[in-house]
Ligand binder design. Structure first.
Ligand SMILES: NC(=O)c1ccc[n+]([C@@H]2O[C@H](COP(=O)([O-])OP(=O)(O)OC[C@H]3O[C@@H](n4cnc5c(N)ncnc54)[C@H](OP(=O)(O)O)[C@@H]3O)[C@@H](O)[C@H]2O)c1
Length: 250
C-alpha cells in the first residue's frame, strides 16, 4: 500500500483508530474517505479537516453498504484501498441469557460487516492496477480476554478470513493486510485513559512507520502486540491467558 497516493475508504473512522489512521494517511498524501453512522461526527470531521471525504454507512445493513459503494464510485472512481475498521466491543456474561443479544450484534458488526464490505468493494478493487484490502483484527484474536468472548471470536475469525482472502487474491493486483492493534487508548471499551493501553498517537506513528518501511507486509504488528500475537509460538500462551483472565480467578 502506497501511503502517499492511495484513495482509501475507512468505514468505522468517526473516532478512535479509524479517524487517527485517516488523518495520518491524509497527511502522508493519500485521499481519504471516512465512514460511520454518526452523521454529526461526519460533519464535524469534514469541517475540521478540509479535503477529507465522508460517507454515512451502517455496515450491518446491506442496503447502506450498497448506497455508500454507489456514492463512492461516483465521487472517488480512483478508490484503491478499503480498511474494514468498524467494530463494537461489549462485555458478555455467558451465564446471563441477555448476553446473547451482545453476541449477535457483535457478530453482525465485527464479522459479517467486514465480509459484506469485502464482497461489495472487491470487484472495483480488482479492476485497479494496484489496490489494498486492510482488515483489522486484534491481539485478542490470538489470546482471548474472557470478558469479551464473542468479540475475541470475531477477531480470530477475521484473522482466518484474511488469510484465505490473501491466498485467493495471490495472482491479483490486490494486496491484503491485517492490522493487529494491541489495547489502545480509544473509547472502544472505555480504555481511553487506561495505563495498560497504548497511547493512540504512539500506536499510529508505529503503524505508519511499518506501512512506509514494509509496504509488502502481510500483518502490521506494533511491538506492543507481539506479547499476544506470538504467545503460542513462543510457548507463553498459558501465561498470557492467565494475565488476561486474572479478574475471574481473584
Ligand atoms: N482500541 C483498542 O484497544 C483496540 C484493540 C484491538 C483492536 N481494535 C480494533 O480497532 C478498530 C477501531 O477500534 P477503536 O478502538 O478505534 O474503536 P472506536 O473508537 O469505538 O471506533 C469504532 C468505529 O466503528 C464505527 N462503527 C461501529 N459500528 C458501526 C456500524 N454498524 N456501521 C458503521 N460503523 C460502525 C464507529 O462509528 P459510528 O458509531 O459513527 O458508526 C466508530 O467509528 C476496531 O476494529 C477494533 O476492534 C481496537
Amino acid at each position: 500500500m502506497d501511503i502517499t497516493s492511495s484513495t482509501v475508504f475507512i468505514p468505522g473512522a468517526t473516532s478512535g483508530i479509524g479517524l487517527g489512521l485517516a488523518l495520518r494517511l491524509q497527511a502522508a498524501g493519500s485521499t481519504v474517505i471516512v465512514g460511520g453512522r454518526r452523521t454529526e461526527l461526519l460533519q464535524q470531521i469534514a469541517t475540521e479537516h478540509p479535503g477529507i471525504g465522508t460517507v454515512e454507512i451502517d455496515t450491518t445493513d446491506p442496503a447502506s453498504i450498497a448506497a455508500a459503494r454507489a456514492d463512492l464510485a461516483q465521487l472517488y472512481p480512483a478508490l484503491d484501498a478499503l480498511v474494514t475498521m468498524a467494530r463494537i466491543m461489549e462485555p458478555e456474561d455467558l451465564r446471563d441469557p441477555a448476553s446473547l443479544d451482545v453476541a449477535e450484534r457483535t457478530i453482525a458488526v465485527n464479522l459479517l460487516g467486514p465480509i459484506r464490505l469485502v464482497h461489495a468493494f472487491l470487484p472495483a478493487l480488482l479492476a485497479r492496477p494496484s489496490a489494498t484490502v486492510m482488515t483489522v483484527s486484534s491481539g485478542l484474536a490470538y489470546v482471548p480476554l474472557a470478558a469479551t468472548p464473542t468479540y475475541n471470536a470475531t477477531k480470530a475469525a477475521i484473522h482466518s478470513f484474511t488469510e484465505s482472502l490473501r491466498v485467493q487474491l495471490t495472482k491479483s493486483s490486490v494486496q491484503v493486510i491485517e492490522l493487529v492493534p494491541p489495547a489502545t487508548r480509544t473509547t472502544l471499551m472505555g480504555q481511553q485513559n487506561s495505563d495498560v493501553a497504548m497511547p493512540l498517537e504512539e500506536f499510529l506513528t508505529e503503524v505508519m512507520d511499518l506501512l512506509k518501511t514494509r509496504p509488502d507486509a502481510e500483518q502490521i504488528l506494533v511491538e506492543r502486540v507481539k506479547w499476544q500475537r506470538n504467545a503460542e509460538a513462543e510457548g507463553r500462551y498459558q501465561d498470557v491467558l492467565n494475565v488476561l483472565s486474572a479478574r475471574y480467578r481473584d
